[in-house]
Design a binder for this molecule. Sequence first.
Ligand code: XMP
Length: 318
Amino acid sequence: DWTMKSYIVEEVKRIHKQVGKSKVLCALSGGVDSSVAAVMLYKAIGKQLICVYVDHGLQKLGETERVRKVFGRMFGKNLIIVSAKKIFLSKLKGITDPEQKRKIIGHTFIEVFDGEVKKLKGINFLLQGTIYSDVIESVSIKGAKSPIKSHHNVGGLPEKMKMKLVEPLRFLFKDEVRVLGKELGVPSEIIDRQPFPGPGLAIRTLGEITKEKLNILKEADNIVTEEIIKAGLYEKIWQSFAIILPVKTVGVMGDARTYEYVIAIRAVNSEDAMTADWVKLPYELLSKISSRIINEVKGTNRVVYDISDKPPATIEWE
Ligand code: XMP
């Protein structure tokens, strides 16, 4: 793509001019935006870029290994993976309110990230994968009296850390970010992902977040993704995922009664996440997903399908 090639050339020049010989810090999440932003910076300043990935345990199954595989090769020692599962779980213990979950995750993220950054020296810049729609959205959210959900996108970081921002995606739309990523050689398993919320599986683990529920959800969600990919639908759907409900229901296995968790499946199509339609997944696919989850994921005995549009429902359940 010619326009992207020249965009890269211009952006490399601009980044050089902005940061000079300074180091730039990146909070890498594995999502499309932070990943493309990181690789863009790497292209411009190589080893001056330091990426910190916080493993909070709320990511999809295998996410940390995926990040290590994809970015470890490129960034080498400059990819720092922080194990923080325990602290996140303990701070979230007993918390059921969705907004409180978001706040705790936001604060804990900053705390863990900041703790890591204190060990590093000479960093004056922070990379942010802000894209054009984030810029617009944050303006409109700030203008609103009460945001419907407080979106956590490492939002509080820059003020707290007294660093200047580097924002190589600020003027790009999501589809342009993907084109840029492809041009930079970011693999499809990162570029072509469905959106994933900052607070991750915490807002898909309804009620209290426990290690048990999280693990069940990860397995169930992974089955949903596998089957949606197998059906050739992954890239045609805006978001498809599993939710674990905070109730157990009665089932039967052999001649014994079971009492296990319920998994809900959600699949929606959308242009911009402001409105969304539930996807009419084929019955055979739903049936496959259901039987796989109930057979393969210990601790579940029932699967339900969410058939609500947004509005009035939201895409996430919390
Ligand atoms: P809702 O549930 O509000 O979601 O219809 C709209 C889109 O935003 C994502 N989402 C979030 N993303 N932090 C994020 O970074 C959040 O707290 C959050 N809540 C929802 C959701 O996945 C959907 O794409």
